[in-house]
Design a protein. Structure first.
Length: 364
């Protein structure tokens, strides 16, 4: 059994280097979530690790069959612990009354998060302005999902996953769309139907809205938490890796976060901050501090260079860099009374793409 300190270090190392898995266990490629990843459980801690990117072939970590149906994690040929890979959820075998495979509508992320991309494309991608790290169109072109998720079909999947105790919360994401009114009506309808049919807490991720009333509509539909992701608070970096987001402007994001916190409450609004886009640890921690001051949870995670995206040849940051960032951000969270444990639903509650939660309980 690993000590808590050993577990922290090992999880950070695994998310930086990835794990080589036997060929018979392919990972998932594309999508807006943890694409190119595999979910593993180490010491009862769930994390998502790179499994397909080019740098994984150079990883010292590999998963080897233990001869009893399980896996042993090895580092440079030496055993480092037992590794579990969650079995494929039983609901993946089902299809809706309309004939759509459940697996094309939603996937299970982390331990128990039902995740779906409600509209599997983004106006920025169509205009050639896609965020450099984003693979939202890849799973659609690979045929593993459908463009538009029908609210009733999605609610059917959520109801089944909740009843069979496979899901404990829901994350709904989507790309930006030209027609914000009809897009937000679709999101609100998905939230409303999922809540009605499954009773699960729901997290929704959106671009900062242009029109008034979008946040109110999602809150009224029953969304429990919301993510408005700027990805980096460093405007030079944002201009380089997400030009369309940078054109929205920091002030526009700030107003959306403030209003979202008024509606959803402190700790129930979040933004991704991606480490590894060229920003220093100090800059990342300062960005997290600005978000925390607004009551927004900074979900810091290492860059996942997804094959097929413009950053596919990059590597995730080195472990020592990530540990410095996690320690700094965990201290800021504590100062502001924010905690991943207090999040009702979504990526902050799931935590699989980041090792931040492991540092929130580190001693002084
Ligand atoms: S806004 Fe950027 S990150 Fe979000 S879906 Fe569009 S391209 Fe991807
Ligand atoms: S944190 Fe969890 S819910 Fe969010 S993208 Fe990662 S695996 Fe999915």
């Amino acid at each position: 059994m690993l000590s808590r300190d050993e577990l922290r270090r090992l999880c950070v190392e695994l998310q930086s280097a990835g794990i080589r898995f036997p060929d018979s266990m392919p990972g998932r490629a594309g999508g807006a979530g943890p694409a190119d990843s595999r979910t593993v459980i180490l010491n009862n801690h769930v994390l998502s690790v790179p499994a397909c990117s080019w740098f994984v072939a150079e990883s010292p970590f590999c998963a080897m069959p233990d001869g009893h149906g399980g896996l042993v994690l090895q580092c440079s040929g030496k055993p480092r612990g037992c590794l579990q890979v969650p079995a494929q959820p039983a609901f993946y075998r089902h299809q809706t009354a309309a004939g759509t495979a459940y697996q094309k509508l939603a996937l299970l992320h982390g331990r128990d998060c039902l995740a779906s991309t409600l509209y599997q494309d983004c106006s920025y991608r169509v205009s050639g302005d896609q965020c450099h790290f984003c693979g939202i169109g890849l799973s659609l072109s690979g045929g593993s999902t459908v463009l538009y998720k029908d609210p009733a079909e999605l609610a059917e999947v959520a109801r089944h996953a909740a009843r069979t105790l496979q899901a404990g919360h829901v994350t709904l994401t989507c790309g930006c769309r030209e027609d914000e009114r009809s897009s937000s009506a679709h999101l609100a309808e998905c939230v409303r139907m999922i809540k009605q049919r499954s009773g699960l807490p729901v997290h929704i991720q959106i671009c900062p809205p242009e029109s008034d009333g979008v946040l109110e509509a999602l809150h009224a539909a029953g969304a429990d938490t919301i993510g408005i992701h700027i990805e980096t608070m460093n405007m030079d970096v944002l201009r380089r890796v997400a030009p369309a987001k940078s054109r929205c402007g920091l002030e526009h994001y700030r107003k959306a976060w403030q209003h979202a916190v008024e509606l959803f409450g402190k700790n129930q609004v979040s933004s991704f901050l991606i480490a590894g886009l060229g920003e220093s640890a100090e800059s990342l921690i300062a960005g997290a501090r600005s978000l925390c001051a607004l009551g927004v949870f900074p979900y810091v995670l290492p860059l996942r260079p997804v094959p097929g995206t413009r950053l596919e040849r990059e590597r995730p940051p080195a472990p020592d860099f990530m540990i410095a960032v996690y320690r700094g951000v965990a201290a800021v969270l504590k100062d502001h009374g924010l905690s991943s444990k207090a999040s009702k639903a979504g990526c902050v509650r799931c935590g699989a793409c980041s090792s931040l939660s492991l540092f929130e309980d580190e001693g002084p």
